[in-house]
Design a protein around this ligand. Structure first.
Ligand code: HEM
Length: 399
């Protein structure tokens, strides 16, 4: 369908059953133009998902508070507060810790000879990484995981949790953690947020809760999805799997970006036109909703050679799975790439004959291209049992 739209109607008005139609923008050039122009195309005015309205339907209006739902200059000030946790230097410092966690993740299943790839191998590292950056203690990390699943999986009948309850639980949790850190400051993002000032004001409790929720959700499901799509793509393209395993030092970096392009975990984001305007000759009215289909732009024939080929050697790969270079470009892109490198290296080295053992189950969602289950089998191996990693949460990112 997207191939047809790219050829015949790259900026196409889509009627919506509730009468609230939107523009579908499906080509790389126009998606990039819209993504990079927050003055004409706002994230704050009416939200960033197809269903968002002025007063978000979940009962919590995140506009102007959640960084994703905020336009510059406020967005720039918000972003500065948390970006320190994500610099290349900080990500480098986390690498040792996450390498250790990757060994443990494989240790947990290696003797069994079979497991569910998504839950047992793909989910854990993103969770540990973001919890470490945020300052969530080990014993609470599973909660973070469950809440973010419920929030993202709200359209899927297999997830029966209530997204509003999950969101409220996460707020309440962040609130408590913030109170603990106010008394006992640590070197983590939540302590930084408590002490941060914007325009002379401290962040409100609500702002802190929303920050924690955004970080918890944004870094979890997306990277897990990329890992699962990557494994599935390698199963479906055995010659690419063999090539990658033949020389990981040579192919891993380009393979990771190809995996992220191929899987495009975030299917779209939305904006709202702030003025009457035109994109590639198509007139767009002030107030119109515009959906940038990243998943389609990442298969754009005008940008990618042979876009439907999964090619781990693809050098020229300007995919926009992390956004198209605008103000909201994924804050965790470098972290995600590192996590993917670490986990694939560990899996493909210690489980060289890993193979699909059953049908993959996909998440029902038009927003996240999630994989829920991917049964795999492999020749059982031995645990490495690395010595414990002696660091407290938060210590690493502040060395
Ligand atoms: C493969 C994994 C990931 C994918 C595909 C992904 C994708 C995206 C996309 C598409 C955006 C919006 C960009 C835009 O529209 O311009 C975004 C924003 C964001 N991502 Fe990621 N992401 C991933 C991993 C992560 C990780 C590990 C974190 C860590 C916490 C993270 C944190 C964020 C945050 C905080 C934002 C909002 C930035 C802002 O509004 O300024 N992401 N991500």
């Amino acid at each position: 369908m997207f191939t047809q739209l790219r050829a015949e109607g790259p900026i196409h008005w889509h009627e919506h059953p509730d009468g609230n139609g939107f523009w579908s923008v499906v080509k790389h050039a126009e998606v990039s133009e819209i993504n990079r122009d927050p003055e004409r195309f706002s994230s704050e005015a009416k939200g960033v998902t197809i269903d968002d309205t002025e007063a978000s339907e979940e009962g919590v209006d995140q506009r102007g508070v959640n960084m994703l739902y905020t336009d510059p200059p406020k967005h720039t000030r918000y972003r500065r507060l948390v970006s320190k946790g994500f610099t290349p230097r900080m990500i480098g410092l986390l690498e040792q810790y996450l390498t250790h966690r990757s060994i443990l993740i494989v240790d947990n299943v290696i003797e069994r000879g079979e497991c569910d790839f998504v839950e047992d191998l793909a989910a854990e590292l993103p969770l540990q990484a973001i919890a470490e950056i945020m300052g969530v203690p080990n014993e609470d990390r599973k909660l973070l995981f469950e809440w973010s699943n419920t929030m993202i999986g709200m359209d899927d009948p297999d997830y029966d949790g209530d997204p509003t309850t999950a969101m409220m639980s996460m707020y309440a949790y962040s609130n408590n953690l913030a109170k603990e850190r106010a008394i006992d400051p640590q070197d983590d993002i939540i302590t930084k947020l408590i002490n941060a000032e914007i325009d002379g004001d401290r962040l409100t409790e609500f702002e802190i809760d929303i920050f924690m929720m955004l970080l918890g959700v944004a870094g979890n499901e997306t990277t897990r999805t990329a890992t699962s799509h990557g494994m599935l793509a390698l199963f479906n393209h055995p010659e690419q799997m063999a090539l990658l395993q033949s020389d990981m030092d040579k192919y891993l970096d380009t393979a990771i970006d190809e995996i992220v392009r191929w899987g495009t975990p975030v299917v779209y984001f939305r904006r709202t036109a702030m003025v009457d305007t035109e994109v590639s000759g198509v007139k767009i009215k002030k107030g119109d909703r515009i959906v940038m289909w990243y998943v389609s732009a990442n298969r754009d024939e005008d940008v990618f050679d042979d876009p439907f080929k999964f090619d781990i050697t693809r050098e020229d790969n300007p995919h926009i799975a992390f956004g198209a270079g605008g103000a909201h470009f994924c804050l965790g892109a470098n972290l995600a790439r590192m996590e993917l490198r670490l986990i694939f290296r560990e899996i493909l080295t210690r489980m060289p004959d890993i193979a699909q053992a059953g049908e993959a189950k996909m998440l029902r969602s038009n927003f996240i291209a999630g994989v829920k289950e991917l049964p795999v089998k492999f020749t059982p191996g031995e645990k490495v049992n690395p010595p414990p990693f002696e660091k407290k949460p938060g210590e690493i990112i502040n060395q």
